[in-house]
Structure formats: structure tokens, C-alpha cells
Ligand binder design. Structure first.
Ligand code: S3P
Length: 175
């Protein structure tokens, strides 16, 4: 079983995914980092040189590939849920955990980061609110479990383990 972490940009997927993979000894993949590696260029460059559609195709290929693997923690780019094919592929191969936080919390976490082209074209808290609203239905369609990502990363990791793994004796909560 894979564990896919989904949710809006800046909600803390990468940090939590790293901690989860250490804790469970599952392999870690961050879709943004993997695509950057394969393309040998940054997300910003991919968007500006080839456009969003091209990036979405790369995401789709990667999720299809990862859905055939097992025991992976997969930190997904925030827009992964824009494709129904991705939603199907994720759900058939694992748990899909939605990390949720308010636009205000997210804004504070992303405001100094320039590697998110969609936040440049949708600036400020208003931009975040607009994108969140557009995506709300897709996020809700995609998740199998939902956690409150305004908590500390340690708490979020524990909540994910409790929610997704029934063999909790083996993977007891961390302190
Ligand atoms: C995007 C989120 C980003 C990255 C790209 C597009 C989105 O990932 O995939 O900039 O559409 O929400 P993070 O959620 O890891 O920031």
C-alpha cells in the first residue's frame, strides 16, 4: 500500500512525507522533485518554457508509474487532483491523505517562496482562496483520509499513522 499526501501548496506535505517515510521505512517520492530531476530544470522553468499542460502530463505519467509500486510515501504537487486519472490511480494503489489548513496559515508558509508559478499568477491570500475554491470539489473527491495540517508536523504524522494503518502496534505513534 502507498500513502499519497495531497493538499494545497504550502500545507506541509513535503515535511510530513519525509517524517512518515523515516518512521515507516517506506521509500519517499516527492512528485515535484522527481519531475524536476527527470526534466533537469525547475518547476518555474517547466511552466515558463512548456506551460502548465506539459507539467500536468509529466505528473500524470509519474502517478501512473508510482501506482504500480508498493510501500511508498508520495508527496504530491498541489494540483495533482486536477486530473481524474490521477485520482483513480492514487485510490486504487493506496491511501490518499488530504492535508488541510486555512488560507491564512498557507499564505504565511509560502509568502517568501518563489518556486510556485501559480501563486505568482494568483497572488496573496485572495489568490490562495480563489484556487482553493476552484479545487475544493476535486480534493474532496480524491481523499480517503483527511488530517488537520495546522497542527505540528509530529502531530500530523501521528494522525496519518492512526488514520491509515490498522497495524498500529507495529507502527506506534511518535513523540
Ligand atoms: C502546484 C503545486 C506545486 C507544484 C506546481 C503546481 C499546484 O507543488 O506542483 O507549482 O498546482 O498546486 P506543491 O504543492 O508541492 O507546492
Amino acid at each position: 500500500m502507498n500513502i499519497y499526501l495531497i493538499g494545497f501548496m504550502g500545507v506541509g506535505k513535503s515535511t510530513v512525507a519525509k517524517m512518515l517515510s523515516d518512521k515507516l521505512d517506506f521509500e519517499l517520492i516527492d512528485t515535484d522533485i522527481e519531475i524536476e530531476k527527470r526534466e533537469n530544470r525547475s518547476i518555474n522553468e517547466i511552466f515558463s518554457q512548456n506551460g502548465e499542460e506539459y507539467f500536468r502530463e509529466k505528473e500524470k505519467e509519474l502517478i501512473e508509474e508510482l501506482s504500480k509500486k508498493d510501500n511508498m510515501i508520495i508527496s504530491c504537487g498541489g494540483g495533482i487532483i486536477k486530473s481524474d486519472v490521477n485520482i483513480v490511480n492514487m485510490k486504487k494503489s493506496g491511501s490518499v491523505v488530504l492535508l488541510e489548513a486555512s488560507p491564512e496559515i498557507i499564505y504565511n508558509r509560502v509568502k517568501d517562496d518563489n518556486n510556485r508559478p501559480l501563486l505568482v499568477s494568483n497572488p496573496g491570500i485572495e489568490g490562495i482562496k480563489k484556487l482553493m475554491k476552484e479545487r475544493e470539489e476535486s480534493y474532496n473527491k480524491a481523499f480517503t483520509h483527511k488530517v488537520d495540517a495546522s497542527k505540528t508536523p509530529v502531530q500530523v504524522v501521528n494522525d496519518i499513522i492512526t488514520a491509515t494503518l490498522t497495524l498500529s502496534d507495529e507502527f506506534g505513534n511518535i513523540n
